[in-house]
Design a protein. Sequence first.
Lengths: 468, 190
Amino acid sequence: MPQTLFEKVWNSHKVTEIDGRTLIYIDRHLVHEVTSPQAFDGLRLNKRKVRRPDLTFATMDHNVPTNNRSLPIVDQISAIQIKTLETNCKEFGIELFDLHSPYQGIVHVIGPELGITLPGTTIVCGDSHTSTHGAFGAFALGIGTSDVEHVLATQCLVMDKPKTFEIRVDGKRKHRHAITAKDIILSIIKRIGTAGGTGTVIEYRGEAISDLSMDERMTICNMSIEAGARAGLIAPDAKTFDYLKGRKYTPKNYDELVDFWKTDMVTDNGAKFDKVFTINASDIVPQVSWGTNPAMTSDVTDTVPHPSEYANGNKSEEDAAKKALEYMDLKPGTQITDIKIDRVFIGSCTNARLQDLIEAADVIHGRKASPNVRVMVVPGSQQVKKQAEEIGLDKIFQDANFEWRESGCSMCLGMNPDILSRGERCASTSNRNFEGRQGTGGRTHLVSPVMAAAAAIAGHFVDVREWL
Amino acid sequence: MDKFSKVLSIAIPLDRANVDTDQIVPKQFLKLVQRTGFGKFLFYDWKFDQGGQQKPDFVLNNPKYSDSHILVTGENFGCGSSREHAVWALKDYGLDVIIAPSFADIFYNNCFKNGILPIRIPRNVIDELIHTMSKIEVDLEHQTVKYDSKIILFAIDEGRKKTLLEGLDDIAVTLQYQDEITLYEKSHAL
């Protein structure tokens, strides 16, 4: 019987059944400082070991400062959390890319760039954006701390099989530089809603998906969780295999594996998905979110919608939109391009890879950030930072008065000192515009790196198609 | 984990859709390295104003609900971040049951690891539960919610039900399958 890519990965990782649920083997486990301390404590309490430290990799990203790395961490509680991860990795024999490692970075940026992420594998991490790794054809999902402990102890997870969801993005983008992967995924979430993918694993397919680079595919899969999906994946192809060749942890028998992946890690012709959604890439324009969840998003050419128009008869959505506009201090009917901003954040596991930074820098053209706007550029990893500096991006950003910082999650979730003040409005390349996400009372608009860079210069949103 | 028993309590009505885990526990409280003590941070930015004073119009600040063990809420509860701190906060606050039309997947799963029962119930019933003044009885064994002399049945996966009713340590359960895991590893090295 023809199978989808996800079903193949699922079936090849079944260990056994327990009480009607499936025990799934986990090939790679990524660990960070915020969601792991309680899991390691649990192991100690029950005198358990880490079953496969060799398949477990750790880094610190969520609350690390992004200023000078040679300075001590001012926030004592963050410092304890970081120290705790060091101690735990040492005690349990886990490889750690710490603050001074050349491989430190956001866990979802370093997994692929180190070749830890591989097609056809199962990958977990105590972080919802683990879906990012699906860009390589892996089944990659975010888990809670109890499951982190479960995987540490058993290298397995007890799961119910998710449903399959095909999202087709047909055709081509009308403007390759101004309309990005971020605009594709925001357009999808806007249409299917923040719970549109609940209980499913999405497979992104179609011409516009095949056309994307690996960096762009990661942006798409990254935000699968914002549509509520368990995971999102894309079948591996020549771009995937080229990307992973010769990386630090790429297996020695790589060519052999590629031969297998090429033929096997695809959805069979005639395989049925439980759910299907189709969108045409030529209909997509740059996106800007106006509300407090990622589905509350409009075309840059539009106005802020009226709650009733947005909700289309759904009472609780209408209430949510009203509350969102109040929180965001926006009036229905306001042109998106009339919204002024105070801050710009270019970073996060969604948009802090090399291509994101190159594209953002391309928008600048010798101009400077608006004097009213503070701009932070936070590369996704130390390797991304180094590569960017090798091609002079740091200079381009700094000449434009954009701050060039050290790698980490930074202002995507504001666990470190990089936060918005109450009432500040930010154009952000991150993934969540929830209330208070970037700082209590802060207001987040989700955009692509090129839209963020253009807004930084103009001081308000602009249709970046007119600039590129 | 303690065994889950019947719950009888009035319900806290929080009629909002898409309540995300950033609201349930804001990020500034994720830096603790223990599992305990998160209850005081539950819905922090909705409960307190800039000066740290309670906002009187927020439902959790209504003393009427201070002993409640049940939360009734809107669609897609617990969406966003995988932070289990959200569930620890709800449990530590004293909540044992969350009733909603739908839940986000990771949050739903995290509940069972911490002795919280998440119940999916259709929207029209939620509307009644939000407005009822009487106590609600939740019986996991018989999979019923009783209120205002009505009885509603709810669905739950047998494996998860057993975990809650027996208070099982699911790592201990999986460790009984060590031989199967070892066998799998021998044939699937990657």
